[in-house]
Design a protein. Structure first.
Length: 368
C-alpha cells in the first residue's frame, strides 16, 4: 500500500482504508472504457482491501473482464429498449438488485450519463463522485457527495481526466499506477496461436495494421494505407491486417488488399476483442488510427503508431507505451472534432498526411 502523506489539504478526503466495496461506472464506447482502466488499478493500489466492480455497456465488457483489480463487471444492455416495456423493466430491476446487494461504500461515475446520478441516489453509498456538468440542475449536483472538476481544454489525456475522480477524494495515483491494462486471457491466446500457426507466423515478428475506425472520418485514405503496407512488405516486414466485423470495415480492408502486389495476412472480421488484444500483444508494432484497437495496443504494451486527424492526440493519443502520433501541422483548425470537413466524412488533415511521414514514424519505433 502506498505510503500515506502526513498532510492532506482536502478536507472531505475519503479514507481509503474504510472502503469495502466500490463501483466505477463508465457508460461509453470501447476505447473510453479501456482508458478508464487505470482508475481500477490505482484505487486497488490505495485500497487493497476493497472489492471494486465496474458498470459498463454489455458490448464493452471485454475491455475490463479479467482485470486483476476488478471483482465483478455489471452490464447495461443497449438492446434492452427492444425488449418492450416489461422486458426492459425486468432487466433494469435485475441489474439494480445485483448492485444493491453489493452494498457499495463508494460509487465513482465517470461520465455525464444520468444513470450514474440516479444510481447514486438509489444505492445510497457513503461516498459518491460525479463530474461537474455545466448547466445541470441541482438534482445532478446533489446526487453526489463529491463533484469532480474537469479541464476546460482538450490538453489533458482522458486517462488522467478519469484519474481526477480519485484525486477529488484525496487519492493521488502514483506514476506506476496510471497504465492502461487489458488481459486477453488464455482462450484468446490459444485461438490467436491457431491463426498465427495457420499463417506460418508462430514465434515470428509481424506488424499489426488496423486501418479502420467505426467513424470513417478518422481514417487515412485507402490508397495511402495500401502504399504504406506495400512499402513495409518490400522492406521485409510481415503485415497482419484486421478489421471489425462490420461490412464497412471489411470492405475497406478488401479495397486495401486489392491494391497490394501480394495480399497481406488478414483476420478481417474474425477476432473478438480479447482475440484482437492477444494478436496485438504479439506484434512488434501496431499501426492504426484513433480507435479502440489503438487503445488496445497501448493497453497490452505494444509500441503504437497512430494517425490523428479531427480528434486530438493530447486527449486521446496512445497512453503509456512507446508511441508516435502522425498528425498534420498544416491545418491550424485541428483538432476540430467534426466528422469530416464540413461534415462530409472526409478529413483534409488526414488526407494530407504522406506515406513518407508515416513510414518515418514506423521506422523510428521499429528501430527501438
Amino acid at each position: 500500500m502506498p505510503a500515506m502523506d502526513t498532510f492532506n489539504p482536502l478536507r472531505d478526503a475519503v479514507p481509503p482504508g474504510e472502503i469495502k466495496r466500490a463501483l466505477i461506472i463508465k457508460l461509453r464506447h470501447h476505447g473510453d472504457v479501456l482508458v478508464s482502466s487505470p482508475v481500477f488499478s490505482a484505487l486497488k493500489a490505495h485500497a487493497p482491501q476493497a472489492e471494486i466492480d465496474a458498470l459498463v455497456y454489455a458490448d464493452t465488457a471485454e475491455m475490463l473482464t479479467l482485470h486483476p483489480a476488478i471483482s465483478q463487471v455489471h452490464v447495461v444492455g443497449r438492446h434492452w429498449k427492444r425488449l418492450g416495456v416489461i422486458g426492459q423493466l425486468r432487466a433494469e430491476v435485475a441489474l439494480f438488485n445485483s448492485l444493491k446487494a453489493r452494498g457499495y461504500d463508494l460509487v465513482i461515475h465517470l461520465t455525464e450519463h444520468w444513470r450514474g446520478a440516479w444510481l447514486c441516489r438509489l444505492l445510497k453509498p457513503r461516498w459518491s463522485v460525479g463530474p461537474v456538468i455545466a448547466g445541470r440542475s441541482r438534482r445532478w449536483q446533489e446526487s453526489f457527495t463529491h463533484l469532480q472538476a474537469s479541464p476546460k481544454n482538450a490538453l489533458r489525456h482522458m486517462a488522467e481526466a478519469n484519474l481526477d475522480a480519485l484525486r477529488r477524494i484525496g487519492i493521488q495515483p502514483g506514476p506506476d499506477e496510471r497504465s492502461m491494462l487489458l488481459i486477453p486471457g488464455a482462450v484468446a491466446d490459444q485461438r490467436v496461436a491457431v491463426h498465427l500457426e495457420k499463417f506460418g507466423l508462430q514465434g515470428q515478428h509481424f506488424i499489426h495494421v488496423h486501418p479502420a475506425s467505426r467513424w470513417f472520418f478518422k481514417c487515412w485514405p485507402v490508397a495511402r494505407m495500401a502504399s504504406l503496407i506495400e512499402t513495409l512488405q518490400n522492406e521485409g516486414y510481415v503485415v497482419v491486417l484486421t478489421a471489425a466485423p462490420s461490412p464497412e470495415e471489411k470492405a475497406m480492408l478488401e479495397a486495401i488488399q486489392a491494391r497490394l502486389s501480394r495480399p497481406a495476412f488478414s483476420l478481417s472480421g474474425e477476432l473478438s476483442l480479447k482475440e484482437l488484444a492477444a494478436l496485438t500483444r504479439q506484434a512488434r508494432l501496431f499501426i492504426g488510427v484513433d480507435s479502440a484497437p489503438m487503445h488496445i495496443a497501448a493497453a497490452v504494451g505494444t509500441p503504437t503508431l497512430a494517425l490523428f486527424g479531427p480528434s486530438g492526440e493530447k486527449q486521446w493519443g496512445p497512453w503509456g507505451v512507446p508511441s508516435r502520433v502522425v498528425s498534420s501541422t498544416r491545418h491550424a483548425c485541428r483538432p476540430c472534432g467534426i466528422d469530416g470537413c464540413g461534415g462530409g466524412k472526409v478529413s483534409d488533415c488526414l488526407s494530407s498526411l504522406t506515406v513518407d511521414e508515416v513510414l518515418a514514424a514506423a521506422h523510428e519505433l521499429l528501430a527501438q
